[in-house]
Write a protein that binds this ligand. Structure first.
Ligand code: NDP
Ligand code: 2IT
Length: 449
């Protein structure tokens, strides 16, 4: 990655100073700023209106106490967050993450990424993110429900279909969205479907939302392959994680003729040379909420489990990091390059470290950054909002075609923007610049607010 020019460096220094200790936010901000040199050179009006400095400061940050009672009768106290980062293009939109590692810096990095990602979808949504340091692992359904109810008892006053529309992320899926929506409905006495996305199909959810992030990432890779007159047919793919994004990335790779030979969770990874058994994986992760190590017991001989270690040690043509931030480092990238991997697409948010990104660029690996490659999830959330607003629900095929068209559009916009700003083939520059310019132009039009 090229360095920052002087003006952008000053902005980065200010971000670091004003957000002390928030390493992930610094990293996300730096990654975008690094792409903006040619943009500020061409458009001095952005600097004059302090657009970048305003973009780096969230419009609103909410931090609150979440008290709840566990099954043993003990009072637990967690911390809740919602960072409403930018509403130039529409209501704040972005997921909620429940994971013990959550603190303000994680939510800020995710909210910042979300601004540009949401702009790239071409749909009218601003950027935000929220969550809690609550750890759902090992908790009963009753504990999850009481936690969600307490979380919403504070959050409800800050959100709304025209204000801020949360959805899922790590640790938040259909079950949690149900409990959150139920509490919102009860407190407000409104059946306001558009206040949350990722709802169940029976109560305002959209077809394809569950699948959308993973499918969208694979559609994006399909577009990269098409530029090389290639396809998924016969490709060996490694996917990290085994949650929502990973499972539906695996499903779409298999539908398109590729073979996923490894996936993981935070305990370790499995290698299955015959290809991952998706029915088994779904039952293990979506129904039983078990550990990936149990996959091997059920699968038998074709699979092996490696505790700890790095799933990126498994040779592949295409790598899809779909677990969490900074899960693919410089060493992993070097291993992937050595093993002949040609495409890395981020299903997760910021899974590749800056060292990994640089190494891949130098080695000519096509790198699709998360804000482009995983935008299918939030795009389909925006389609869910459209259906809620018109009290309609669309068929699966129609919705999937919309998703595929959106991913094609994002791909092409990245390519065209990278060309226009002198970095042909650089999806990272293309995504950062295209997302930035759209938000920056809206901010200019709206005045200094
Ligand atoms: P899930 O909670 O469904 O799954 C997360 C997966 O990643 C699990 O396999 C989990 O393993 C693993 N994981 C989580 N944290 C860590 C960690 N610290 N170290 C190692 N492994 C970890 O979440 P999602 O699939 O929804 O999200 C995955 C990624 O995709 C995140 O980066 C998220 O921000 C991003 N994303 C999600 C979207 C969505 O629509 N859900 C949309 C766009 C991006 P374990 O169970 O052992 O913790
Ligand atoms: O990171 C993301 O884009 C998400 N977790 C999905 C956000 C959403 O509002 O659907």
């Amino acid at each position: 990655m090229p360095g920052l020019d002087e003006k952008l460096h000053d902005i980065y220094d200010e971000v670091v100073r004003r957000n002390a200790g928030e390493a992930e936010f610094h990293q996300a901000a730096r990654e975008v700023l690094t792409s903006l040199g040619p943009v500020v050179a061409k458009h001095p009006e952005y600097a004059d209106a302090a657009v970048i400095r305003r973009l780096c400061e969230p419009e609103r940050q909410i931090i609150f106490r979440v008290p709840w009672v566990d099954d043993a009768g003990t009072v637990q106290v967690n911390r809740g967050f919602r960072v409403e980062f930018n509403s130039a293009l529409g209501p704040y939109k972005g997921g909620l993450r429940f994971h013990p590692s959550v603190y303000l810096g994680i939510i800020k990095f995710l909210g910042f990424e979300q601004i540009f990602k949401n702009a790239l979808t071409g749909l009218p949504i601003g950027g935000g993110k929220g969550g809690s340091d609550f750890d759902p692992k090992g908790r009963s359904d009753g504990e999850i429900m009481r936690f969600c109810q307490s979380f919403m008892t504070e959050l409800y006053r800050h959100i709304g279909e025209h204000t801020d529309v949360p959805a899922g992320d790590i640790g938040v899926g259909g079950r949690e969205i149900g409990f959150l929506f139920g509490q919102y409905k009860r407190i407000t006495n409104r059946y306001e479907s558009g206040v949350l996305t990722g709802k169940g199909l029976a109560w305002g959810g959209s077809q394809v939302r569950t699948e959308a992030t993973g499918y969208g990432t694979v559609f994006f890779v399909e577009e990269i392959l098409k530029t090389r007159d290639d396809s998924f047919d016969g490709k060996q793919v490694v996917v990290s994680g085994s949650g929502n994004v990973a499972i539906y990335a695996i499903e779409k790779v298999q539908q398109l003729g590729g073979t996923v030979i490894a996936c993981s969770d935070s305990g370790g990874y499995v290698v299955d040379e015959k290809g991952v058994d998706l029915d088994l994986l779904k039952d293990l992760k979506e129904v039983r909420r078990g550990r990936i190590s149990e996959y091997v017991e059920a699968r038998g001989d074709s699979a092996r489990y490696v505790e700890g270690g790095s799933v990126w040690d498994v040779p592949c043509d295409i790598a899809l990091p779909c677990a969490t931030q900074n899960e693919l480092n410089g060493t992993d990238a070097a291993t992937l390059v050595r093993n002949g991997c040609g495409i890395v697409a981020e299903g997760a948010n910021m899974p590749c470290t800056p060292e990994a990104v640089q190494l891949m660029a130098e080695a000519g690996v096509a790198f699709a950054p998360g804000k482009a490659a995983n935008a299918g999830g939030v795009a389909t959330s925006a389609l869910e909002m459209q259906q809620n607003a018109s009290r309609d629900s669309w068929a699966f095929d129609h919705t999937e075609q919309r998703l595929a068209a959106i991913m094609r559009g994002i791909h092409d916009r990245c390519v065209e923007t990278a060309d226009e700003y002198g970095s042909p083939g650089d999806y990272l520059a293309g995504a950062n610049i295209a997302g930035f310019v759209q938000v920056a132009d809206a901010m200019l039009a709206l005045g200094v607010i």
